[in-house]
Design a protein around this ligand. Structure first.
Ligand SMILES: C[S@@+](CC[C@H](N)C(=O)[O-])C[C@H]1O[C@@H](n2cnc3c(N)ncnc32)[C@H](O)[C@@H]1O
Length: 311
């Protein structure tokens, strides 16, 4: 591997590890103890434990998605296998139709959907992502919008809604119901809602960071640095993990254990969709296989759901 690439890859981990060591030396605490204190004047919040968790999850994820340069993680120009299979099957729901791409990031999916659609709108709550999108697709419509509030879009105005790469997992349980309700409201009868979500049944869903092994000393050094960085992140974000009957909030490999994601199993997600006015048409595993019924899939980190407004 080119030395410059090696250097660039390892630098953040060295810096994070070094920062952590120095911080311990100076203040005798770990990064997780470095949380800003509540200003003395602010009143104690009377939020329920879950509502408190809501704002913490939002704060944790916003810190990453609104950070400068975050778009560089998502400059990809390919669909994954499940997306390819599902979009192939539901291409008529996109071609010549009105499409909304939620949490679009820099536009990985735009190059496939926008040329087919009659109208295409990408939305994202991160101004960094929206700017990046505009640079790549200056002629395509994009708006800085939070998926929890689609009030600027009329009811029954969209034929196809995509929320790829587990976008809806970035918000809390209550906010997820709000998102599903908003998507249901803007979708017209017979429309298609395609989204992915982290799979609670995935065999590694609850695992923490794992050290990877390599025969190459250089690669092994990189794996070790990355592992140390992940452990440090997991020490702080992992404390916010929450396990409920319907879902779990977990930090995971995404952004090296710095995000807090919603995990749900297939059968429960189908029930949740039904409660929010959707009928599930298919669920795809990560290899693009359509699961039978509400089959539990231990091998897929996330599942791709295809649903339609229930009649
Ligand atoms: C994992 S990235 C996926 C990007 C893109 N959909 C893809 O498949 O490559 C998640 C995206 O969702 C956006 N996002 C997270 N929470 C959001 C919210 N509440 N409203 C709108 N966008 C949100 C983030 O800014 C980020 O761009």
């Amino acid at each position: 591997m080119d030395r410059r690439v090696l250097f660039n890859l390892s630098l953040p981990y060295v810096a994070r590890a070094a920062g952590w060591i120095f911080h311990r030396k100076e203040r005798g605490g770990s990064p997780s103890q470095r949380r800003p204190r509540r200003p003395m004047s602010s009143k104690p919040q009377r939020a329920t434990p879950d509502a408190t968790r809501t704002s913490i999850q939002d704060r944790v994820n916003r810190r990453i998605y609104l950070s400068p340069g975050v778009d560089s993680y998502y400059h990809d120009d390919q669909l994954d296998v499940a997306e390819g299979a599902a979009l192939l099957k539901h291409q008529p729901a996109v071609a010549g139709r009105r499409v909304l791409d939620i949490g679009v990031g820099p536009g990985r999916t735009t190059r496939f959907l926008a040329p087919l659609a009659s109208d295409y709108l990408g939305i994202d709550y991160s101004p960094i992502m929206v700017e990046s999108f505009r640079r790549s697709f200056p002629a395509v419509a994009v708006a800085c919008l939070d998926m929890r509030d689609l009030s600027s879009l009329a009811a029954d105005s969209i034929d196809f809604v995509l929320a790829s790469c587990n976008v809806i997992d970035a918000v809390s349980h209550q906010d997820r119901q709000q998102v599903l309700g908003e998507v249901r409201r803007v979708m017209c009868a017979g429309g298609i809602f395609m989204f992915s979500s982290h799979n609670r049944d995935f065999r590694e869903a609850f695992r923490g960071p794992q050290l990877r092994w390599s025969r190459s000393p250089c690669n092994q050094a990189l794996h070790l640095l990355r592992f140390i960085g992940q452990q440090l992140n997991h020490r702080s974000t992992g404390k916010l993990r929450q396990v409920e009957r319907e879902y779990a909030l977990l930090d995971d490999i995404g952004h090296d254990f710095q995000l807090l994601h919603y995990y749900i199993d297939c059968a429960t997600q189908i029930e949740q969709l039904a409660r929010n006015g959707f009928a599930t048409l298919e669920v795809y595993g990560h290899c693009g296989r359509v699961l039978s019924g509400s089959e539990s899939d231990l091998d897929s980190p996330s599942l791709l759901y295809v649903a339609t407004p229930a009649t």
